[in-house]
Ligand binder design. Sequence first.
Ligand SMILES: [Zn+2]
Length: 326
Amino acid sequence: MSLGSHNTTQYSLCPPGRRRTQSRTTDIAAAIPFRRALEFSYGVCDTLSPLIRRVIAENPGPFTFHGTGTYIVGRGEVAVIDAGPDLESHVAALKRELEGETVSHLLVTHTHLDHSPAVRHLKEASGAKTYGFGPHGGGGGDEVEAGADRDFMPDVTLGDGDVIEGAGWTLEALHTPGHTSNHLCFALHEENALFSGDHVMGWSTTVVSPPDGDMADYMASLARLSLRPETVFWPTHGPAIDAPGEFTSALIDHRGAREAEIAECLEDGLTRIPDMVRRMYADVDPVLHGAAARSVLAHLIHMVRTGRAACTGAPSGAGEFTPPAD
Ligand SMILES: [Zn+2]
C-alpha cells in the first residue's frame, strides 16, 4: 500500500505553528522545526544513502507516527538497527531484504515494544548476536507509550563509546538516557550520520515518562547530541533530520519553555498535574493527555530536585505542587 506523503499533526504533543494564547511564556510549539513529510510503502525497503536502507513496519499510532523504521547498515555484511515490533509482515519484509546477506550485528536502541521484540526472529534466522545497553530499566512509567519489552536481554552489552565494525562501516554507541534509561544512539562514522532512536525525532517531541524516563538525563543527553559533528540524524520514527544541531537546540529550548509554563501554572495556583495539562495542552488531542501528564510529571520531578518547585511528599502524578518556598 502506497501512502505517499503524510501529515498527522493531531498526533503530536506539540502541533506546529499553533500559538498558545493561554500562556504568557512563548508560542513554544512553533519554535521546533518539525519534519514530517515522508514517502514510503509498507513492506518495501528504501535505499536512503550508500550505506543505509530502511523498512517501515505497519504499526502506525500516536507514538510511532507511520510506524517503526528498521535500518539496515552496510552491503553484503550488515547490521540491523531496531528490528521493530513483533509483526509478521514486517519480519517477512526484513527477511526478504536480508536474503543473501550476512547479518553480523542486531542492534537495539532501547527496550520498547515497537523497537526490540522482532529481533529474536532475525536472530533465529541469521544466528547473529543482539547488542544493546542492557535489559529494560524497570520501575514503570511505560504505560503511555508502546510499553516495555521486558523479555529482551542483549547477547552483548554496549556501553558509551563502544565501537562495532563491519565491512565498510563503523558504528559507535552513545548512551543517551532520558526516554528510557537504556537508550543508545549509534553514530555511523563513514556517513557522518547518527541513528537517534526515539531520543531525537523529527516528527514529534519525545515522551519522557518517570521513573524509567528521566528529564534531567534527557536534557543532558540532548545537550550532548546538540554538539555532535554529524550532519544528519536518522530517527526510528519519521524522516531524516538535517541540521540536527539546530533541531536539537530547538528541542532544548522547547523543554525550557515548558518548565517556564509549569512555573507559571504554579504561580497561578494550579497545584495538580491534570489541571496544568488542561491548560498547557488545550490544543492537543485529548488522547495524548495521559502522555502529556507523564511529561509534566517528569518536568516537575526535575524542578523539585533543582529547587524550582515544591511538592508535599514524593512527586507523583497525584501529587500537589507549589512554587518553591523562598
Ligand atoms: Zn520508545
